[in-house]
Ligand binder design. Structure first.
Ligand code: PMP
Length: 438
């Protein structure tokens, strides 16, 4: 009986038996190999990858430079542990990260393993520097699955439900979401912050505001151009630190090395992870030198934080980003994607909004353009059809009704086109089942 099962069926049975259901996957099946922008499953079936490991593989899967750096480092030194004897690659990476992170001020960098850990450490450092307890984040935000990360996250189901109580002294205010905010979205968000300061916590008790310059899991929500400067002004006025969470938006994705560049704002602290390691688990906190130096010696660390192989991979990723000018490539990929999405919006009434920056583009699907009622069922159907057609793609958004594209920035034009055609086909076939409501 068992011998007639396909590899996928065998793995699925084992998964069902040994892996908890809380760990869900956007796509069915099991990955066996990945190179460039192609993932191959255990049946030998290839998929164009428009997810890039959730924005981890901006340089593409198995980039030769990153692979060589990993292999070379593995042969030399894997893990002396930074808190025992710091590996030299740690220091070289810290310096490079200080150089590439926006702002002319003196900076320091600490290396961690994940985005959530970067967020946790940014909060510790901000509290230590300011001597204040409170943290402010935004509705619709995502900052990780640790207790503090979840406390800062602004989406209840499935992330927060069942997992409380959450960390105290965390407050949330609306994020400017132009498509879903009547009136001036920046005004609404900042009025929320002002109300918070009067109703719940006085601003002189707030250590930091943490913000995604473009919300990732929230559905690629791009705030109006005046939002970050006005938010930074409020922070400055009250001595509150501004933390930019660039875990998803960083490393070229939004058409610049970091999405906050060009906003006119320098964050006091930047958190990063995902694409930094080209697939190796690594994150970092980079901030003003005096802020980063607030915790006393021994106050920061982690056994695996600053693993030498992950640091070597990250140095190679930074080389690739510069040599292949991937932020510029993201702009070109993004322009192609945006043009296609806008053409689809003409054809498919379910597309309520096309938005994003650089190669961080998304479509928000609605049941009716007039009411803007979210359509999570259609979104799930589109994802299913994409998988059937050979494309890996992710959803996002508070209502799970956003299709977001995160292809490797190194994707070849022909593969990009092939992937877009699969998504277009999925949209077209679902569109036939729907009543047209313009
Ligand atoms: N911050 C942001 C903006 C993210 O998108 C994510 C992950 N999706 C995280 C933090 C958490 O990162 P990790 O999963 O590596 O802990």
């Amino acid at each position: 009986m068992a011998t007639t099962m396909t590899p996928t069926e065998q793995l699925q049975a084992a998964r069902d038996q040994f892996v908890p259901r809380g760990l869900a996957s956007a796509m069915p099946g099991f990955a066996a190999e990945a190179h460039g922008a192609t993932v191959t499953d255990v049946e030998g079936r290839s998929f164009i990858d428009f997810a890039a490991g959730i924005s981890v593989m901006n340089v593409g899967h198995d980039h030769p430079r990153v692979r060589a750096a990993i292999l070379e480092q593995v042969a030399r030194l894997v893990h002396p542990a930074a808190q025992v004897m710091m590996p030299e690659v740690y220091v070289r990476l810290a310096q490079r990260l200080c150089e590439v992170t926006p702002g002319d001020h003196a900076k320091k960098a600490m290396i961690v393993n994940t985005g959530a850990e970067a967020v946790e450490n940014a909060a510790k450092i901000a509290r230590s520097f300011t001597g204040r307890p409170a943290l402010v984040s935004f509705h619709n935000a995502f900052h990780g699955r640790t207790l503090l990360g979840l406390s800062l996250t602004g989406k209840a189901a499935p992330y927060k439900q069942d997992f409380g109580p959450f960390a105290p002294e965390v407050y949330q205010v609306p994020f400017p979401y132009p498509y879903r905010t009547p009136g001036n979205a920046t005004d609404v968000a900042l009025a929320g912050l002002d109300a918070l300061f009067h109703a719940a916590v006085s601003p002189d008790r707030v250590a930091a505001v943490i913000v995604e310059p473009i919300q990732g899991e929230g559905g690629f929500v791009v705030p109006p151009a005046d939002f970050l400067p006005r938010l930074a002004e409020v922070c400055r006025e009250h001595g509150i630190l501004l933390i930019a969470d660039e875990v998803q938006s960083g490393f070229g994705r939004a058409g610049r090395m970091f999405a906050i560049e060009g906003s006119g704002v320098d964050a006091d602290i930047v958190t990063m992870a995902k694409s930094l390691g080209g697939g190796m688990p690594i994150g970092a906190v980079v901030g003003r030198a005096e802020v980063m130096d607030a915790p006393t010696a021994g106050g920061l660390g982690g056994t695996f934080a600053g693993n030498a192989v992950a640091c070597a991979a990250a140095l190679a990723v930074l080389d690739v980003m510069a040599e292949e000018d991937l932020p510029a490539r993201a702009l070109r990929v993004g322009a192609t994607v945006r043009a296609r999405m806008e053409a689809w919006q003409e054809r498919f009434p379910a597309i309520g909004e096309v938005r994003g920056a650089g190669a961080m583009m998304a479509i928000e699907l609605v049941r009716d353009r007039a009411t803007r009622e979210p359509d999570p069922a259609l979104t799930a159907e589109v994802l299913h059809l994409c998988h059937e057609g050979g494309l890996i793609v992710l959803k996002a958004g508070l209502h799970d009704n956003v299709v977001r594209l995160l292809m490797p920035l190194t994707i070849a034009d022909a593969e990009l086109e092939e992937g877009l055609l699969i998504l277009e086909g999925a949209l077209a076939s679902t569109n036939h089942n729907r009543e047209v409501t313009k």
